[in-house]
Design a binder for this molecule. Structure first.
Ligand SMILES: [Zn+2]
Length: 200
């Protein structure tokens, strides 16, 4: 049996994705052995992450407290094009491909009845609001190439159809069943350049 503070840390670490009870114990004991300032730096980074980040008021990507992410704050980006992705990490993947100069919209998830994720939990209302003034001409549905991603893209193509914007999806060629963030830059770039209209 460990002292309570250590047990609490093991419990908290064990709640992280991919960390089982054994890994949680190993990490906790590792941290216990580290110099005091190292553990304090980690704790401070966690607190700062909560206190100093927010969601971008335009695209819902992660931003600092200024209210806008780097992409939305950049006047050189083409605001007539929106690339819709599931996760902030997908923004990084698309940026790395160098094939897109528009703006993004981050849903923070994908439709998944099995995991209880419905349309209400995704940032779709914010996306519709961005289309209301008619300035956006194309929405690229850049979901992960898997079942949840496909379901999300199909749903979005229906709810966005009334706005009269071009709705496209990346060309096939992305590894099916995989995650966008693991696609190599050239493949993702080709898929984006060769995007196709979605039939609503
Ligand atoms: Zn933004």
């Amino acid at each position: 049996m460990y002292p309570q503070p250590l047990r609490t840390l093991v419990d908290e670490l064990g709640r992280l994705p991919g960390i089982g009870p054994k890994s949680a114990q190993r990490l906790a004991f590792y941290l216990l052995r580290q110099p005091d300032e190292d553990a304090r730096r980690l704790a401070a980074a966690l607190v700062a992450m909560r206190e100093e980040t927010s969601l971008c008021e335009v695209c819902c990507n992660v931003a600092d407290r200024s209210g806008r992410c780097d992409t939305c704050a950049d006047p050189r980006r083409d605001t007539a094009m929106i690339c819709v992705v599931e996760d902030p990490r997908d923004v990084v993947a698309v940026e790395r491909s160098g094939a897109f100069r528009g703006t993004y919209h981050v849903l923070h998830g994908a439709l998944s009845p099995l995991e209880g994720v419905g349309a209400d939990q995704l940032h779709i209302t914010e996306l519709k609001a961005r289309l209301a003034d008619g300035a956006v001409t194309e929405v690229i549905l850049c979901m992960n190439p898997n079942v949840e991603g496909d379901a999300t893209a199909t749903y979005l193509s229906k709810v966005l159809a009334p706005f009269g914007v071009a709705i496209t999806r990346p060309a096939s060629g992305l590894p099916v069943g995989g995650d966008l963030e693991f696609a190599d830059d050239a493949t993702l770039g080709r898929a984006l350049t060769g995007r196709r209209p979605v039939e609503a």
